[in-house]
Design a protein around this ligand. Sequence first.
Ligand code: PLP
Length: 454
Amino acid sequence: MFRPGTVPALPRHSLSSFGGYFPGVPPGPPRTARNGPVPRDPYRSVVAVWQAARMSDPAADRARYDRATAHLDAPVAIVDLEAFDANAADLTRRAGGKPIRVASKSVRCRALLERVLARDGFAGIMSFTLDESLWLARAGFEDVLLAYPSADRDGYAELAGDPKLAAAVTVMVDDPAQLDLIDAARRGGSERIRVCLELDTSLRMLGGRVRIGALRSPLREPAQLAELARAVARRPGFRLVGIMAYEGHVAGVGDSLAGRPLRSRVIRLMQSAARKELAARRAEVVRAVRAVAPELEFVNGGGTGSVQHTAAEDAVTEIAAGSGLFVPRLFDNYTSFRGRPAALFAQPVVRRPGVGIVTVLGGGYPASGAAGADRLPVPYLPQGLRYDPQEGPGEVQTPLIGSPADDLLIGDKVWFRHAKAGELCERFAELRLVEGDRVTATVPTYRGEGKTFL
Ligand SMILES: Cc1ncc(COP(=O)(O)O)c(C=O)c1O
C-alpha cells in the first residue's frame, strides 16, 4: 500500500521555529503516508471516545475564553487546543487505523498542521494550490497531495526543476490537456511529476437526468480512468501514484438538520444510496487503474462527514479530513459524528443602540459556497444573540439582538463561529492557542505569514 523510503529526507522545515509552541509534540518531520503505515494506538482510541463524549459547557467555555483573552483586544481568533486535540482523536478513531491526510484548506495554519501531523493516525497534507504545495514542501512537509488541478505555469516549472519538490508534491489530473499544460510549462525541468487521477463520485439517478454531487472530474467510469492512466504511463516525465475520489455530497452535507426531520431523512436516503453506488464503482476503478499502474501508492477518499464510511471500503487506503479539527458550524448537523467547536473569533461590543441590542465591530465574514444564511458566522457566546434580519453580519459593524445583550458592556467580547473551517484564517493574521483559561501560544495563520493562496 505504501512505499517506505521513497521520499528523500528533507531538512527539518522552518516550522522548527514553532517547536516551542507545543512542548508535548516530539521533534522530527511530520509523518507522511509514504514513510510507513500509521501505527494504531488502542489506548488513544479509548481516550478519543471519552474525549469526544465529553462535551463542554458553553457558559464555562465563554468564561474561560474571556479570561484567557482578557489582556487582548478583539477582534481576536482563538483555537481551543483541548477541543482541537479531542476532535483529532475522534477523527482517527473513526478512521479505524487508516491514515488521515489533513486537508490544509480547512486549517490554513502551519503550526496547527504540524501539530496534527505529529499525532498517530495523521499522515500527509491535502493542499489546495500549487503555490501552497511548493511552499509547504520547501518547508519540509514531505507528502503533499494537491487536490485540485492547477494552471500555475511558474509553479510547474519550479516543480519540474527540483528533485526534492518533485518527490514531495503530487498533482491532480483528470484530463490529458492538463498533462500538456504541465509539459509546456516545464522550461527544461526534467523531473518526473507525481500524478493523481480524480474520479467523479456523483450519484446519477433516473437514467442520468438527476445528478447529485459536486461538478469536479469528468472521469466517471473505470475505463475512462484506465485510459488516462495509460496516457500517463506512455508519457515520459510523469508517474501515476494515486487515485482520489471525494464524495462531498456525503462527507460535506449534514444529515441531521435541526427542525427539518423530513429533509434530514431524504438526505440520509440519498447518502446511503450514494455510498453504496460509489463503493462498488470505486473498487472497480481501483482495479482497472492498478492493472495499468500496479505501483499505485494510495487511494484517497472521504472527508470529515464520511470518515468511518469511507474508511470501511477496502479499496480506500487513506482518508482526507480537515474541517473536523476546527468543527465550524456547517459540521454541526451530522449523525456520523459530533465534534467540539475549536476555532472561534471574538468581536468587541462598541455600542448599545437600545434595550436588548448591542453592536459589535465587523463580523461579516461569510463563507464560500452557494449564498445562504448557512454561510454566515453564528454568534455563539454568550448564547441567545441573533442578527438583525435587516442587516445581518456587517462589513464594519454588526447589531446583535437578544436578552443577553443587556448584560454586555462596551468592550466586552462576543464569540462567533465561522460557517467553514479554514476560511476564518483569511481574516486573522494570528491564532491564539488556548489551554484551560490561558493563551499559551500565538501562531501565524497562512495570512499572517503573508500567504493568501485563494
Ligand atoms: C478533495 C477533497 N477531499 C476532502 C475534503 C474534505 O475536507 P474537510 O474534511 O475539511 O471537509 C475536501 C473538501 O472540500 C476536498 O475537496
